[in-house]
Design a protein around this ligand. Structure first.
Ligand SMILES: [Zn+2]
Length: 379
């Protein structure tokens, strides 16, 4: 294949065993299942067990779905090497990170692509799909690697998601930061925005977007022009930049974490998950996102310059409504606390968060059946 010697499957697995043995207090290996040829598909979980799981973000880094993409073989171990370091201690406190260093061990052993071109393989569904279903990651990065046919390119891929709500803006913003950080580390990435099935098959990222509204990105390292050390450093730069997104608060989000909470609407009026902590909001996010057809935002109105009126019609059945607790969020100008907030004519004590120029006013709503909700914010 390429001019450089990338590690074998055995070498990758030896390296993760060494890392986990040395850092057993923060890292553990899970066998997600066996490949068609009986090889283990391993995942490494890294987190600080002393920090509460309910408050953590969950991120998944999946490498090596394509066995011929040698550059992926060094990204998982590089990510793990950083994740167990002292520098990553704050990230371990805030996040539970799952790294799959070689998702396709049969392909890796054969040095062959070894995967269907248009969908996840049965092994991927059984291993990656299962763990994603259990953990509902807040963010997922599907790591691939370019070879000679793609010259010296390096790419962050925003494909395999949609343009609902503000996701186009959010993906563009996050991808730009990943590219900028990787550039600072000396690696020139571009952003590829291909739509579903138009050249990229980041299918595990697509599954997580579809099912959980995860922040779902792909990456292409390069094993043609980069040495294993170079591919590891380039990949790690992008991984670290993505993990940093989970350690910060996006201006429009109420809490620190990956910017996945805007499910319907836009930055001015939106439907968001409900719940007192990250784990509850993660469950709520997956449910409201799956059933987003039940949430219809009305036209925003400003009956006077200091009053904003927003509505949402919920159309779910009473038996579905219990699982559809949601947050109706209205952004208004300025940073002062609104004089009055009303939900369906009742004065409420709304939750407030701010960005540099505006205030986000959030009302918790528990629907019981089809109903229209009206939020009126008076500044
Ligand atoms: Zn690939």
């Amino acid at each position: 294949m390429g001019a450089h010697r990338f590690p074998s499957l055995e070498q990758v697995y030896d390296e993760i065993e060494r890392l986990v043995e040395e850092h057993g207090q923060v890292a553990r290996v899970e066998c997600l299942g066996l490949s068609d040829e009986g090889r283990e598909v391993r995942a490494v979980h890294v987190t600080d067990p002393g920090a509460g799981d309910d408050d953590k973000q969950v991120a998944m880094i999946v490498c090596g779905r394509h066995g011929s993409e040698l550059g992926t073989r060094v990204v998982g171990t590089a990510a793990l090497g950083w994740l167990v370091s002292d520098e990553a201690a704050p990230t371990r406190q805030r996040q539970h990170v799952i790294v799959v260093p070689v998702a396709n061990p049969d392909g890796c052993a054969a040095e062959a692509f070894g995967a269907p071109p248009w969908h996840l393989s049965a092994t991927e569904r059984r291993t990656l799909g299962r763990v994603a279903g259990e953990l509902r990651p807040d963010a997922i990065l599907d790591v691939h690697s370019f070879g000679a046919e793609d010259a010296d390119l390096l790419a962050v891929v925003t494909g395999n998601n949609t343009e609902e709500a503000e996701d186009r803006f959010i993906y563009g913003t996050v991808a730009a930061r990943l590219v900028e950080t990787a550039g600072g580390a000396g690696y020139p990435f571009v952003v590829h925005t291909e739509k579903r099935n138009e050249g990229y098959n980041n299918f595990i990222a697509g599954l997580c977007y579809d099912q959980f509204h995860s922040l779902s990105l792909g990456m292409e390292a390069n094993h043609h022009v980069l040495t294993p050390e170079g591919a590891a450093a380039a990949g790690l730069a992008v991984v670290r930049a993505l993990l940093a997104e989970g350690d910060r608060r996006a201006p429009w989000e109420a809490c620190t974490g990956y910017p996945t909470g805007l499910l319907r609407g836009d930055f001015f009026t939106s439907i968001r998950p409900a719940g007192p902590h990250a784990a509850a909001r993660r469950r709520s996010r997956a449910t409201v996102w799956r059933d987003r057809r039940f949430f219809h935002l009305g036209r925003r109105q400003a009956p006077s310059p200091n009053v904003v009126r927003t509505t949402v019609h919920y159309s779910g059945d009473p038996q579905d409504a219990a699982a559809h607790a949601f947050t109706l969020c209205c952004r208004v100008r300025g940073s002062s606390r609104p004089a009055r907030v009303e939900l369906n004519g009742q004065r409420i004590d709304a939750d407030i968060h701010r960005d540099v120029c505006s205030t986000y006013v959030s009302a918790a709503v528990q629907p019981t059946g089809p109903q229209t909700y009206e939020l009126v914010v008076t500044s």
